[in-house]
Ligand binder design. Structure first.
Ligand code: AMP
Length: 543
């Protein structure tokens, strides 16, 4: 028997429509690429979003079209999130830190019709000018006065929206309609796209709002350090409007002093980001002797939060929530918080518990399996590959059958590529990574792709690229080479080979020679053994 309830589709635009009506005075404060600070409430944002939807229609955008963004966190980027998906098109956020090769691949793979670009990133496009898809239209996210001279054919954001009415007849879309697209690095080769739906996006916003009330509540002032090109800034632009939290958008100013000043002047109550950015803020707090006055919570995720970092913020009276998730999960999977009822927990216990990756949020199921795919017990001891399923987890990659097949198991769970244990009371502990990727400052580097290029060097008999721990970037790549007899290739020679395909920050930091690479029982290079062998290795810039 079916329930007798209305089947109203979940719609992304309703998050903002609600805020415009119920939390109309809460605001979006943005450090603009033009150099000033800009303020705009949700009511006005909803109006401008309607104008933008008309502007997109005037550009010929139709339901299902992909519209790309290359932008920092700011109100115009926020307006794009809502206008694009609200009219039935798909908002494709592009990571400006990708190599030129990867960026061109995803622009073509997504078949983007229009690309909205922040002033800062115009030079990236100018460098790619002759390779951009022929019919891609470019809109620079500023006003006419700030529009740059460029060899590119750039339209201007404010001119695009200015002539249009502040109301739009937002269509009722089936809730499974695609709303957003975000690519993440593959272990090899090309990036893979996660295609979010209206339903998954709204549900994820509700899930994190329920799970993280200390960050997300009426009157909160939330600073997303994690960029809007990283899995929708972990869902903050969708969750903040419904709870009535203001968003304080830092633009490109992510260094410790800038973040501290912005937090202080805007009374920021909570902030979310990867460990690397918190190092800068930590140094600034140490220099000034106190944390920003209103800061109550930091959410740390994207890489493991170091114990010392958790202890530091907690000592300063700033609550730490350690979160784990993935692009493919919208992204939040687990969060670590200590309930207030546990006030008798000692400081050491608190920090130790928060060093784990936390417990699953509502809407996410976890399982760990052995090599044969058999479920392992959640006893805190068994370690296996982590699989997930849930309402905001991908069912496959966008137009990529091979990657989809490789990622899903026979029960339609998604394989995370993380290796973990789960305690009887549900705490996830990430132990290792089976995917051959290195995460530096929150961004991925494919070790296999680096190895493939290194192998093309005539002096190399065999090689492997492994992650070495780094105090600022979490991990950095190091190239381990078995040279051919009598040969001594240099790091610079490898950089020269790799530069064509990789961004500069993705190149290995160091080169080490070895007589032979350790192998697994099946004859593959054992990265695990290599990582253990180099566990105490100190990178050149840290020595
Ligand atoms: P991304 O899709 O770029 O968000 O990366 C997701 C991956 O980052 C996960 O599969 C993990 O390998 C890693 N990761 C994210 N959060 C954490 C965390 N709190 N601790 C350890 N690894 C993490």
């Amino acid at each position: 028997m079916q329930g007798l309830m209305m089947n109203r589709p979940l719609a992304v635009i309703d998050l903002l429509r609600y805020a415009a009506e119920i939390h109309s005075n809460e605001e979006i404060v943005s450090v603009r690429t033009e150099g000033d600070l800009h303020r705009q409430d949700y009511a006005r944002t909803f109006e401008r979003t309607a104008q933008l939807a008309h502007g997109l229609a005037a550009l010929g955008i139709e339901p299902g079209d992909r519209v790309a963004t290359l932008a920092w966190n700011g109100y115009r980027h926020f307006e794009l999130y809502y206008a694009i998906s609200g009219m039935g098109a798909v908002c494709h956020t592009i990571n400006p830190r990708l190599s030129a090769e990867q960026m061109l691949f995803i622009l073509n793979h997504a078949e983007d019709r229009v690309l909205f670009v922040d002033l800062t990133f115009v030079p990236i496009l100018e460098a790619l000018k002759d390779h951009l898809p022929a019919n891609l239209r470019l809109v620079v996210m500023t006003d006419a006065a700030h529009s740059p001279e460029s060899a590119l054919d750039l339209e201007c954001y404010e001119d695009l929206i200015a002539p249009h009415p502040t109301e739009y007849d937002w269509p009722d879309l089936p809730e499974e309609t695609a709303a957003g697209l975000c690519y993440t690095s593959g272990t090899t080769g090309n990036p893979k796209g996660s295609l979010y739906s209206h339903r998954s996006t709204v549900l994820h916003a509700l899930f994190i709002a329920v799970t993280l009330p200390r960050s997300l509540h009426e009157g909160a002032r939330l600073l997303p350090v994690v960029p809007m090109f990283h899995v929708n800034s972990w869902g903050m632009p969708y969750a903040a409007p419904i709870v009535g939290a203001s968003l304080i958008m830092p633009g490109g100013k992510l260094d410790g002093p800038s973040l501290y000043d912005l937090m202080e002047s805007e009374n920021v109550t909570a902030s979310w980001g990867v460990p690397t950015v918190w190092l800068g803020l930590r140094a600034e707090i140490e220099a000034r002797g106190k944390p920003p006055s209103a800061l109550d919570q930091v959410v740390i995720g994207g890489s493991a939060a170091p114990r010392s970092m958790i202890a530091f913020f907690e000592t300063q009276g700033v609550d730490v929530c350690h979160a784990w998730g993935m692009t493919e999960m919208s992204p939040v999977g687990t969060t670590g918080q200590i309930p207030n009822s546990d006030s008798d927990v000692t400081f050491e216990d608190r920090v130790a518990r928060k060093s784990l990756q936390g417990r699953r949020i509502f809407g996410v199921d976890l399982k760990i399996v052995d090599e044969a795919g058999q479920r392992l017990p959640q006893d805190g001891k068994a370690v296996g590959e982590l699989y997930v399923r849930g309402n905001a987890v991908i069912s496959g990659y966008f137009n990529d059958e091979a990657a989809t097949k490789a990622a899903m198991d026979s029960e339609c769970w998604f394989g995370t590529g993380d290796v973990a244990s789960i305690s009887p009371n549900g705490y996830l502990s990430i132990q290792d990574r089976s995917k051959d990727l290195i995460k530096s400052g929150g961004e991925w580097i494919s070790s296999i792709d680096l190895e493939n290029i290194a192998m093309s060097h005539p002096d190399v008999a065999n090689c492997a690229v492994i992650a070495i721990a780094h105090p600022k970037w979490d991990e950095r790549p190091v190239l381990v080479v078995v040279p051919k007899e009598g040969c001594e290739p240099t790091l610079q020679e490898f950089h020269d080979l790799m530069s064509e395909h990789f961004a500069k920050w993705q190149l290995p930091d160091d080169l080490v020679f070895i007589d032979a690479l350790p192998l697994t029982a099946t004859g593959k290079v054992s990265k695990l053994t290599l990582r253990r062998k180099f566990a105490d290795y100190v990178l050149p810039d840290v020595r």
